[in-house]
Design a binder for this molecule. Structure first.
Ligand code: SAH
Length: 453
C-alpha cells in the first residue's frame, strides 16, 4: 500500500478524534470522518510502519450511525470530530475510550456509571475566535485541525447564536474602520482574537478583545456595536493586551473598556465571578452534574477538603456549605482573586485559597501541618506531576482522592501511579462536557487500600 492508493475498507472501530479504523493485511488505517459500520473507498494519504492515514474517497455503504453533519465548516474547522455520527453512538465511543484507557494504560477496572450527555447545540459559554487576514480576506472563526489557518465559522452550532451575530458585526466594524489584523509571521497588526463569555444563569455577557497593542481605535463605536447585539446583557467589555510572539491566546494585562472587569454566573447555587483570565467550565449544565458527582464521591460533610487546580474555586465552593473547611490551590493569580471573592460573596468563611503550583503548595501545606480528609485534583490535560501524587499519597495519605480529568490517557497514567502508591480507582463516571468534539471529561474516586488504613 502506498500514498494515493484507493482501497476498499470496512470500518470496524471509531477513535475519539472521530476517525474510522480499518485494517488492510493487518495494518491499521485511520480514515478521517468515517464511522464503525461504514464501507468506504479510502484514499491513502500517508503510510507509516505501524499504521496509515486516509480520507474518504467515496462511501460504498454508509453506517447506520452516520448522520448529516449539518455544518458548512465541518470537518474543515478543527472544532468538532463527531458531527457525522449520531449522538448516542458518540457517547458510546467516548465512554468506551475512557474504559479502554483506564484498563490498558491504567491497569485499573473501576465500577462505571453511564455517561452523562445533555444539549449538543449552543452549549458553550465561551468562544475564542482567532482573527486573521488570509490572502487579503478577513477571517474570524476557528483554526483548521493541526494548523493556524483560520476557517470562517459564521454559524457554529456549539456556540450561543448571539456569539455568531457579534462576530458578523465585529467583522463589519473592522472592515469599515480599516483596523489592522495581527500577523503571526511578521508580528505586526493589532487584532489577535475576539472572545465571548456568557454566564448562562444570569445571562451576563463579557466581550474580550485580544490585541497586539495598548488601545483600540474607535473603541466607543466597538462598545456600541457589541451593545447592539447583546443589549442589556452586555456587562463587560475588556481589552486584553498580548504583545508577545506566542501561541498563547491571552496576555496578562486587561483594560476595561465598558462595564465591569468580570461577569457573574451561578453554578451549583454558588455565585461565581468570572474574569477574562480565569478558567471556568465551558458547559454550565454538564459542569453542575460533574460537581454533583464530585460531591457524591468526596462526601465532604464535616471534612477538610483540599481542592487542587481549583480555578475560581468552583468545585470546593460547591461543597463549602457542608464541609468543615475548603483549601484551594491555583496557579493563575486572577483566578485566585476570583476564588477569594467568590468565597466572601457567598458568605463562606471556611474557604481559603492560595496561589501557586499545586505540587509546591501541597508540599508547603503538608509542612504547615494541614491534614485534609479528602483531596480533589482537577489538572489540565497533562495531568498531575509525579511529585504531587507522591505528596498526596505518602504525606497527606487521605482516605479518598477525587480526580477530575479532561484527558483519559493522562488520567489513566496517573491512576496507575496512584495504584502503585496504594490507592485503588474504585468508581468512574464520564461526562460529555464537549459534545460533538473529541474531548470527554471523567471523574474517578480513588480509595486508600484497606491494608494501608
Ligand atoms: N477546578 C476548576 C479548574 C479546572 S481547570 C474548575 O472546575 O473550574 C485546571 C486549572 O488548573 C486551571 O485553572 C489552571 O490555571 C490550573 N493550573 C494549571 N497548572 C497548575 C499548576 N501547576 N498548579 C496549580 N494550578 C494549575
Amino acid at each position: 500500500m502506498k500514498k494515493n492508493d484507493i482501497v476498499n475498507l470496512k470500518i470496524i472501530d471509531t477513535t475519539l478524534q472521530g476517525a474510522g479504523v480499518g485494517k488492510i493485511d493487518g495494518l491499521t488505517v485511520f480514515v478521517d470522518s468515517a464511522v464503525t459500520g461504514d464501507e468506504v473507498e479510502a484514499h491513502i494519504l500517508k503510510v507509516k510502519p505501524n499504521c496509515a492515514f486516509a480520507k474518504i474517497h467515496s462511501i460504498i455503504t454508509p453506517s447506520k450511525n452516520r448522520v448529516d453533519a449539518a455544518c458548512l465548516s465541518y470537518p474543515k474547522c478543527g472544532g468538532c470530530s463527531f458531527r457525522h455520527i449520531d449522538y448516542k453512538t458518540e457517547l458510546l465511543i467516548k465512554e468506551n475510550n475512557v474504559k479502554n484507557n483506564l484498563k490498558r494504560i491504567g491497569g485499573v477496572d473501576p465500577e462505571f456509571e453511564p455517561i452523562v450527555g445533555l444539549a449538543t447545540v449552543g452549549y458553550r459559554n465561551k468562544a475564542q475566535y482567532p482573527v486573521s487576514l488570509e490572502k487579503g480576506e478577513l477571517k474570524i472563526g476557528f483554526f483548521a485541525g493541526h494548523s493556524h489557518r483560520v476557517i470562517d465559522c459564521p454559524d457554529c452550532a456549539l456556540q450561543p447564536t448571539e456569539f455568531s451575530k457579534a462576530v458578523a458585526v465585529f467583522k463589519e466594524f473592522l472592515l469599515k474602520n480599516n483596523i489592522s489584523i495581527y500577523d503571526e509571521e511578521t508580528h505586526k497588526g493589532l487584532i489577535r482574537h475576539i472572545y465571548f463569555r456568557k454566564a448562562v444563569v444570569t445571562g451576563e455577557i463579557m466581550v474580550c478583545l485580544v490585541v497586539n497593542g495598548d488601545s483600540l481605535p474607535k473603541s466607543d463605536e466597538f462598545v456600541e456595536q457589541m451593545k447592539s447585539v447583546f443589549r442589556d446583557d452586555l456587562k463587560s467589555v475588556v481589552l486584553n493586551v498580548n504583545k508577545d510572539k506566542t501561541n498563547v491566546i491571552m496576555g496578562q494585562k486587561c483594560v476595561t473598556l465598558y462595564g465591569d472587569d468580570h461577569i457573574t454566573d451561578i453554578l451549583c447555587g454558588v455565585k461565581v465571578r468570572i474574569n477574562p483570565l480565569s478558567f471556568y467550565q465551558v458547559n454550565h449544565d454538564v459542569a453542575e452534574k460533574l460537581y454533583e458527582k464530585a460531591a457524591e464521591y468526596a462526601e465532604p460533610d464535616g471534612k477538610t477538603v483540599l481542592d487542587l487546580y481549583c480555578g475560581a474555586g468552583t468545585i470546593g465552593l460547591s461543597m463549602a456549605e457542608s464541609a468543615k473547611k475548603i483549601i484551594g490551590v491555583e496557579i493563575i493569580p486572577e483566578a485566585v482573586t476570583d476564588a477569594k471573592h467568590n468565597a466572601i460573596e457567598n458568605g463562606f468563611e471556611n474557604a481559603e485559597f492560595f496561589c501557586g503550583d499545586a505540587a509546591k503548595a501541597a508540599e508547603k501545606l503538608k509542612n504547615d501541618g494541614i491534614k485534609p480528609d479528602v483531596i480533589i485534583v482537577d489538572p489540565p490535560r497533562k495531568g498531575c506531576d509525579a511529585e504531587l501524587i507522591a505528596t498526596i499519597t505518602q504525606d497527606f495519605a487521605p482516605d479518598r482522592v477525587v480526580y477530575v480529568s479532561c484527558d483519559p490517557a493522562t488520567l489513566a497514567r496517573d491512576c496507575r501511579l496512584f495504584k502503585e502508591h496504594g490507592y485503588d480507582t474504585v468508581k468512574a463516571a464520564t461526562f460529555d462536557m464537549f459534545p460533538r468534539t473529541g474531548h470527554v471529561e471523567t471523574i474517578v474516586c480513588l480509595n486508600k487500600q484497606l491494608f494501608q488504613q
